[in-house]
Design a protein around this ligand. Structure first.
Ligand code: ZN
Length: 383
């Protein structure tokens, strides 16, 4: 039997206690003892060390536990910051947080008809500004929409920002600012956020899909054995670009009949307009559906049928415990989808126990999910 390395054990204990403080703050030492399964002595010595180093602080207010006062512990917001950046087609969101992803500062820059040069110029200028304001930033976390290579940190293609393709963004930022940069696909950021906070189903499961069905795109994150699917170098988990109609409508990606050409608000409104000669916006389509318009109802049913077929195929292969479905479509058709998926799981998923759950994403969830991913890695350097 290999000898037990006490330094490794200690390192592991510090890591698991600090992770618990990040996820559950404010939390008492007694709470840490319960969650970690470690002894009171270990919890006391590790937390004292973290407080002494200034990584963790004690809450001023005292709470009573078992008749004696105790101070809750929090991650110190005054040091060890992370800069999160969410670059999407409509805006760039900047956020500075502590290692528990609590926000210290945030700004959103709206984009109209964006191009690659403009997006990079704004991003670099804001990074510079934030590094001056928060000299204790340890690293930069990016949430990127579109086709990406997360292994190399490269933007492969993004049809919402002109010319934003084949850009080694992670390397460019690391070279320019001398800080580690963590590069994530935006649906994975949502999964990271859902897994970080104990309230979410995703926090405890091993296998799970997260799908964001929006006005103009469908994104996906896949968790297998508690690890995010990363692909082998190119684009991955592109559920929106799985072909559901051979020879169907031309998609922005260059293929025909992608799911995104059938089940986004934009594509469904567009089809109704082509059929009826109307000029519905996305919201006109939603309102027509809710007022019982037969065309809107029929088009939604068609889109949902194609979406379900593609989802059923994936479930057959990967057998997840849960499918979390959120985004604009889930927000606008929540009750309808809830009812639909209750019967779908009984009638269509004959060999699977997968549950499809309609969820809502919180504001800033994407950028904070990126921060959480980066903070996981950066935490090990400071504790
Ligand atoms: Zn496509």
């Amino acid at each position: 039997m290999a000898p037990i390395n006490t330094a490794d054990v200690k390192k592991q204990n510090v890591k698991s206690i600090f992770t618990l403080i990040r996820r559950h703050e404010p939390i008492s030492r007694r709470g840490l003892e319960d969650h970690s399964g470690l002894s009171w002595g270990t919890v006391s010595s590790v937390t004292s060390e973290l407080v002494q180093k200034g990584i963790v602080v004690e809450e001023r207010e005292e709470t009573c536990e078992l008749g004696r006062p105790t101070k809750n512990l929090l991650v110190n917001l005054e040091k060890n910051h992370v800069l999160g950046i969410d670059i999407n087609g409509s805006c760039i969101v900047f956020v500075v947080t502590g290692l528990a992803a609590k926000i210290c500062d945030t700004q959103t820059v709206a984009l109209t008809s964006p191009d690659s040069e403009g997006v990079l110029a704004i991003t670099y200028a804001k990074i510079e500004e934030y590094l001056k304001k928060f000299p204790t930033i340890l690293g930069i976390a990016l949430a990127i929409q579109g086709f990406v290579d997360v292994q190399k940190g490269v933007v492969i293609a993004n049809d919402r920002i002109r010319g934003f393709r084949n850009i080694p963004l992670k390397d460019l930022i690391e070279q320019k600012f001398g800080l580690p940069c963590f590069f994530f696909h935006d649906p994975d950021c949502l999964m990271q956020y859902e897994r970080f906070y104990r309230r979410s189903i995703a926090a405890t499961v091993k296998n799970c899909f997260l799908i964001r069905a929006d006005a103009d795109g469908i994104g996906m994150s896949v968790l297998i054995d508690r690890k995010l699917l990363r692909g082998s170098g190119g684009a991955y988990a592109e559920f929106g670009h799985t072909v559901v109609e051979n020879g169907g409508t031309l998609c922005e990606c260059g293929q025909r009949g992608c799911l995104e050409t059938c089940f986004t608000l934009r594509s469904m409104a567009k089809r109704c307009n082509q059929i009826s000669g109307l000029s519905w916006s996305d919201m006109d389509f939603v309102n027509a559906f809710h007022s019982g318009d037969p065309l809107a109802r029929e088009e939604f049913a068609r889109g949902l049928r194609l979406f379900d077929g593609a989802l059923q195929n994936l479930i057959s292969i990967l057998d997840p415990q849960f499918v979390l479905l959120g985004g604009t479509i889930a927000d606008h058709f929540r009750e309808y989808l809830k009812e639909h998926y209750e019967s779908f799981t009984q009638s269509a998923l004959l060999f699977h126990t997968s549950k499809i759950v309609i969820i809502s994403f919180e504001e800033m969830e994407t950028v904070l999910g990126a921060v959480i991913g980066a903070a996981d890695a950066l935490s090990t350097n400071v504790i």
